[in-house]
Write a protein that binds this ligand. Structure first.
Ligand code: NDP
Length: 234
């Protein structure tokens, strides 16, 4: 059974991935700060891990490998968003957003890459955001953190391709999860209006794209930032 290691598997897009992969016979190790969620899925290994912290990430990857074996697929998905004017953001906000959204990818991939290189195989995926490609007003730090994710993914793909490791990102549009809880219905209607398909995405639609990218059907795809955004960004 292949082993998926995913961050942020307790809610939203990550939870949809956990369901999809475990339903397809994968061993799943899910990392989040809260560890085991109230609605835990049978057979899934939940670990308490703060991806901002390199020691926590390295230690928890080791525990997951001891429990579920070599990592075949890493999905760096955990992320946070914070809206506000760029001029109002504090240094602490900068650290928190960068350390979670980009640092999480850096810390988890740093722990997993040596194992995948030894195996001579593996897939690394990140959940980025279309704002990383185009920038969002009042989400400047968030946009920058996702831009860093996109560049890192492309660079890793070049570095790790010769070792048999594929590296890609999915770049969602607006997806209906807890992350959108700060938006009222009117704001969501505006976002739907800006989306050619006329609606928000679902976590399951993002999970399906990630599942495809890790599969052998995507065996010649690496270094790509795949938009799953209902046409919001074309
Ligand atoms: P949610 O807020 O629903 O879930 C976020 C997940 O990340 C939770 O499981 C949370 O668990 C985990 N998490 C947050 N911080 C940390 C941390 N420091 N260490 C470990 N785990 C952490 O968000 P979404 O599902 O919407 O977002 C998932 C990804 O998709 C993010 O990277 C986000 O930027 C991206 N995305 C989302 C979009 C959307 O519209 N929803 C659009 C574009 C991209 P816990 O709180 O227990 O730690």
């Amino acid at each position: 059974m292949p082993h998926l290691l995913i961050s942020g598997g307790s809610r939203g897009i990550g939870k949809a991935c956990v369901k999809l992969f475990s339903g397809n016979g994968y061993k799943v190790s899910s990392f989040s700060r809260t560890g085991v969620p109230d609605d835990a899925i049978d057979g899934v290994s939940y670990f308490a891990c703060d991806v901002r912290d390199p020691d926590s990430a390295t230690r928890t990857v080791q525990e997951a490998v001891e429990m579920n074996g070599p990592v075949d697929v890493l999905i760096s998905n955990a992320g946070i968003a914070q809206s506000g004017l760029a001029q109002d953001m504090k240094y602490e906000d900068y650290r928190n957003i960068m350390d979670t959204n980009f640092g999480g990818l850096f810390n988890l991939s740093g722990a997993v890459i040596p194992l995948m290189v030894r195996q001579g195989s593996g897939v690394i995926l990140a959940v980025s955001s279309m704002w990383g490609q185009t920038g969002a007003s009042c989400e400047a730090l968030y946009s920058a953190s996702k831009g860093a994710v996109d560049s890192y993914i492309k660079a890793l793909a070049k570095e790790l391709g010769p070792s048999g490791i594929r590296v890609n990102a999915v770049s969602p549009g607006v997806v209906n999860t807890d992350m959108m809880s700060g938006y009222d219905d009117d704001a969501k209607q505006v976002l739907c209006g800006d989306t050619p398909l006329g609606r928000l995405g679902t976590p399951e639609e993002i999970a399906e794209a990630l599942f495809f990218l890790q599969s052998d059907k995507a065996s010649f795809i690496t270094g790509q930032i795949i938009g799953v955004n209902g046409g919001y960004l074309i």
